[in-house]
Write a protein that binds this ligand. Structure first.
Ligand SMILES: Cc1cc2nc3c(=O)[nH]c(=O)nc-3n(C[C@H](O)[C@H](O)[C@H](O)COP(=O)(O)O)c2cc1C
Length: 234
């Protein structure tokens, strides 16, 4: 906080001195940064460009029906939770995917989360299109008709989320599909004593854009409030 006001003070003084015009402001700011107001990162970090190599990302398998009612699944890693009330999530899909048209048509989708033992299934359904292949038939996975939304979920995946489409947003190469969560269903063996999914039982995995690999999740680093208290002590 003190540093913040210090930096504001420097800006005010420099502005009054007309530094904006002669370019000396940037030099002054630079020396303020070097004095510890904010470090010049250029030497510390390598710029790798404006790319989607933000790691890790979740691995979700999106379930949908096509116009004829054929169930389809595809992998999506451009995903996340986007609202607590109403509980909502989003998945970003290219128009070229079969799933994109399906969700536009049916206004619903499911999110299916695999355990490590199903990683090969999540990889496969992200490599072929339901336009050409019946992925359920090919993999032997079982589609289950949701009673809450017009989309199928995968019986063998231990954690599934049923979503009603509420909004689409065009974001360049991808359309963001926002879905309101109507229910979360979990296989009973993956639940903790408090009734929420237990990550150590579910054994989900993440994706690393850039190297295009799946990784398991390591051990717990601790409870968030306990960790925050540790930082306060320093
Ligand atoms: C790990 C992984 C993540 C992916 N994430 C996305 C994504 O977020 N959005 C997207 O449009 N495609 C993504 N894809 C590619 C689609 O899953 C792929 O194009 C798929 O064949 C589309 O299936 P569909 O045509 O049956 O809908 C991903 C693929 C993999 C393997």
């Amino acid at each position: 906080m003190i540093r913040y006001f210090g930096l504001i003070g420097i800006l005010v003084v420099l502005f009054a001195a007309g530094s904006w015009q002669d370019g000396s402001l940037s030099k002054e700011l630079e020396s303020a940064e070097l004095a510890g107001y904010g470090q010049n990162e250029a030497e510390e970090k390598a710029s790798i460009g404006a790319r989607t190599v933000v790691i890790p990302t979740p691995v979700w398998v999106i379930g949908s029906y096509d116009k004829e009612g054929k169930p389809n699944v595809m992998t999506s890693s451009w995903v996340g939770i986007c609202s607590s009330k109403p509980a909502s999530l989003m998945t970003c899909l290219r128009e070229a995917t079969y799933t994109h048209g399906n969700i536009m048509e049916r206004k619903a989708f499911t999110v299916n989360i695999a355990s490590e033992s199903l990683a090969h299934m999540a990889a496969y359904v992200g490599r072929v299109s339901g336009r050409n292949v019946d992925k359920f038939q090919k993999t032997g996975l079982t589609p289950v008709k949701s009673t809450l939304v017009d989309a199928p979920y995968i019986k063998e995946f231990p954690l599934v989320v049923e979503c009603q489409l509420t909004k689409t947003v065009e974001v360049g190469s991808h359309t963001m599909f926002i879905g309101e969560i109507k229910d979360v269903k979990a296989d009973k063996p993956i639940l903790s004593e408090t009734g929420v999914p237990d990550v150590e039982k579910l054994k989900p995995f993440v994706f690393t854009p850039g190297s295009s690999k799946f990784y398991g999740i390591g051990q717990s680093l601790g409870n968030v409030s306990a960790l925050a208290k540790e930082a306060e002590k320093k």
